[in-house]
Design a protein around this ligand. Structure first.
Ligand SMILES: Cc1cc2nc3c(=O)[nH]c(=O)nc-3n(C[C@H](O)[C@H](O)[C@H](O)COP(=O)(O)OP(=O)(O)OC[C@H]3O[C@@H](n4cnc5c(N)ncnc54)[C@H](O)[C@@H]3O)c2cc1C
Length: 464
């Protein structure tokens, strides 16, 4: 539009007292180069002002919401997607690892989730040594059951897009809804977005690798194949033979059984061999999502065409809601967990959780580690108050982030952050002033055994 047109349009709108669908419009200072723009002032009202606001409903957010609500805090969980579960839901049946290392639930929060899944019977859940294999549609509802039981409110289709910071403290989060933006005030907020979105919007220092981010993987479910056929199929050979025709096929892939025997999922190297994609960069993310959709079709076609008698009839029955993102931004905390902490099983006086399993940089590096503590300082942003973090965006180096990303560990850091937030809200103290020994006592009362650091992995043989 030319400048003259712009001016005419503005005059016309102003003379007409224009509103956008009943709401006064605000005009930006569009230059001739940029063109004019109109900012809608529609706002939504969310009728809640919780003590604890948890943003992101993946394993960490679920742990945080349950931890806070069980402590009696008025808690609200908001989630971008239409359901809760995060990667646990869109990984389509991969094992939820480290939920019961040593063969028992590692806290009352973990136990509640297992109990709610178990209530739906064998079709919902298969329990392994330390892991749960779930039918994800039961998982999505079992999570709601657990939140209902502890009186936690939750809202889906709500994406955090801004943070309100006053006197260096996060006081509210702005979410986008179908009625426009809405501001939700809270005494304490827990960032469980995986990507540290709230911390980033609030201006906290975050860390992100360049050039070595873990790959993303779009998960898929397959059927019309038996366990025996899957066992006999040579996936590496299929990939080798098919790659010329289907160049997007990952160099690492394998079929695994989901909770019910009829279905299989594939864990695979995803974007690893296709380039570097940062899932917080809008353009790169978009490209990764679209490439991954093509990749999944190529994988299925390759299995049917090159998988011989075993896989010739295999059928694709579903794909994840989005790519599974292993690593992006992490909050810079008062302490940054390191690879050495994971390899030596470091203990900390201010331990509020521990992480077990493998050091696993999705299909890039897989090595043993020891059970190690997560200090309270690693879930506290270095300079900003009113905010805690949990899950895959806690304060850790690139390698250390991969040392504790199993979902059971994310539930554990969420539990600690949620409990801390509830105690801060009750006491009216900022998170960095919370007496850590009180938090540790509260965690022990929730059956968290804070003494496991330094343990060898022994029974924890699964990756993830
Ligand atoms: C492909 C893949 C395979 C894996 N395999 C295993 C495995 O077999 N076993 C295992 O235990 N672990 C596995 N992991 C690791 C594990 O799934 C993750 O480390 C874990 O899910 C992280 O939990 P989280 O809650 O921190 O983040 P996420 O699971 O990523 O959840 C974040 C949630 O926040 C929401 N969100 C994000 N931004 C916003 C926003 N701005 N506003 C509102 N909501 C928002 C998201 O929609 C999502 O629900 C795998 C991961 C991937 C990607």
């Amino acid at each position: 539009m030319t400048q003259k047109n712009t001016t005419n349009r503005r005059r016309f709108l102003a003379a007409a007292g224009v509103t956008i669908a009943g709401v006064p419009a605000a005009f930006g200072n569009g230059t001739p180069e940029q063109g004019p723009y109109v900012v809608s002032r529609r706002r939504a009202v969310i009728p809640y002002e919780p003590d604890v606001l948890v943003v992101g409903g993946g394993p960490a957010g679920i742990g945080a919401a349950l931890g806070a609500a069980r402590k009696g805090a008025n808690t609200l969980l908001v989630e971008n997607h239409a359901f809760l579960g995060g990667v646990a839901a869109w990984s389509l049946g991969m094992p939820i690892n480290q939920m019961r290392p040593g063969g028992r639930a590692r806290s009352k929060v973990h136990e509640l989730l297992i109990e709610k899944l178990t209530a739906y019977g064998d079709q919902a859940l298969r329990i392994g040594e330390h892991q749960l294999w779930c039918n994800v549609d039961y998982l999505k509802v079992a999570v709601l059951d657990a939140l209902d039981e502890v009186g936690c409110k939750y809202l889906v289709h709500m994406r955090a897009v801004e943070a309100v910071v006053k006197d260096n403290r996060v006081t509210a989060v702005v979410v986008s809804t179908k009625q426009g933006l809405a501001t939700i005030k809270a005494k304490v907020t827990v960032d469980c977005t995986g990507d540290a979105d709230v911390a980033y919007f609030a201006g906290a220092e975050t860390m992100k690798e360049t050039g070595s981010l873990s790959p993303q993987t779009l998960c898929l479910n397959l059927t019309n194949v038996t366990t025996n056929q899957v066992r006999r199929a040579n996936m590496a050979q299929i990939a080798q033979r098919a790659r010329e025709k289907y160049p997007l096929i990952p160099k690492g892939w394998g079929l695994g059984r989901v909770s019910n025997a009829a279905g299989f999922y594939i864990n695979h190297a995803g974007t690893r061999d296709l380039g570097q994609f940062d899932a917080t960069d809008p353009l790169q993310r978009s490209r990764a999502e679209c490439l991954s959709r093509r990749q999944v079709l190529q994988m299925t076609l390759a299995m049917r065409e090159f998988g011989g008698e075993q896989l010739k009839d295999i059928e694709l029955i579903g794909t994840g809601t989005q790519i599974g993102v292993r690593e992006t931004r992490r909050v810079k905390g008062l302490y940054v967990l390191t690879e050495d902490d994971a390899l030596t099983g470091r203990k900390f006086d201010d331990a509020v959780a521990w992480r077990s399993g493998f050091l696993d940089i999705g299909f890039v590096r897989l090595s043993r580690m020891k059970i190690h503590d997560v200090p309270y300082r690693a879930i506290l942003p270095e300079k900003l108050d009113g905010l805690l973090t949990a899950g895959r965006c806690i304060s850790a180096t690139h390698v250390a982030a991969s040392a504790g990303k199993s979902m059971g560990n994310c539930v554990a850091t969420g539990h600690a952050a949620g409990l801390a937030a509830a105690m801060c809200a009750e006491r009216g103290c900022p998170p960095r002033e919370l007496k850590v020994s009180d938090l540790q006592d509260a965690l022990r009362a929730d059956d968290v055994d804070l003494s496991r650091s330094g343990d060898e992995q022994k029974e924890l043989v699964n990756r993830g």
